[in-house]
Design a protein around this ligand. Structure first.
Ligand SMILES: C[S@@+](CC[C@H](N)C(=O)[O-])C[C@H]1O[C@@H](n2cnc3c(N)ncnc32)[C@H](O)[C@@H]1O
Length: 233
């Protein structure tokens, strides 16, 4: 293993890069599960017509582009802190502006500047997995309009198969710098009751969590937690 770095290098430099070189299409489908191939889709977000929607940790913005093209929202704001992911998303889907707006920002900073703005916020293994939920979830609640909805997909267990955490504890997971050096970043893989408590503490109501089973066997497959919660009306 190479030297482990703790620099501020963009640890999402490589993510989705190979696919972006060959697949520029707006996806025809929207899935929440880890395999991105089955289960419920965008209907979980309810009718998005005329709504203000935010994708927290959008990556290449494929989910956001799908919603912008297929669901007539007023706008979808795809937020990502990675310079590389912002560049990829802008290259792929910048032409969908103004209905799709691609924003380069940390989600907690973005949400804190957008109080009472969003009808719907969602994350597909995005920033909800990688930002401290004790900061992100209250900021998300405040950024929603009364009655607004947060939906996110997150790991039900570690990719190794180990159980999720019974407390609000992040794990250091392996990644690579743009130069290919080994590095780590924090990921929150939490049990259902931990998410429920965090959401309740952040002021959310009507919290439900479904488990979407893995659609394949083998290493690096995973069950998904599909979490839904509302800001009170
Ligand atoms: C596993 S990727 C998922 C991307 C996309 N949702 C998808 O399904 O392809 C996680 C993304 O979250 C972004 N991210 C992590 N922490 C973030 C934060 N605090 N603010 C904004 N984006 C963040 C990363 O830059 C990365 O693009």
């Amino acid at each position: 293993m190479g030297r482990v770095t703790t620099s501020t290098a963009d640890l999402w430099h490589h993510y989705g890069r190979a696919r972006a070189a060959s697949d520029r299409a707006v996806p025809a489908t929207f899935y929440w599960n880890w395999g991105q191939d089955a289960g419920p889709g965008a209907e979980v977000l309810s009718d998005l017509t005329g709504r203000c929607v935010g994708d927290l940790g959008a990556g290449a913005a494929r989910h956001a582009a799908h919603l912008a093209v297929q669901h007539q929202p007023a706008r979808v704001i795809a937020v990502d802190a990675s310079p590389a992911q912002y560049a990829i998303a802008t290259d792929l889907y910048g032409y969908l502006a103004p209905r799709l707006r691609i924003v380069h920002c940390d989600v907690v900073s973005h949400l804190s500047a957008m109080r009472g703005t969003y009808d719907v916020l969602y994350s597909v293994f995005g920033a909800v997995d990688f930002a401290d939920p004790r900061e992100l979830l209250p900021a998300a609640a405040a950024a929603l309009r009364p009655g607004g909805r947060l939906v996110f997909a997150t790991l039900a267990h570690y990719l190794s198969g180990s159980h999720a955490q019974p407390d609000v504890v992040a794990a250091e997971v392996s990644t690579k710098t743009p130069d290919g050096e080994a590095a780590t970043m924090r990921r929150w893989v939490l049990q259902e009751h931990v998410w429920t408590k965090l959401l309740d503490d952040a002021g959310f109501t009507r919290i439900t969590i479904d488990v979407l089973p893995a659609t394949a066997e083998g290493p690096r497959t995973a069950d998904t937690l599909l979490v839904r919660a509302n800001r009170p009306s």
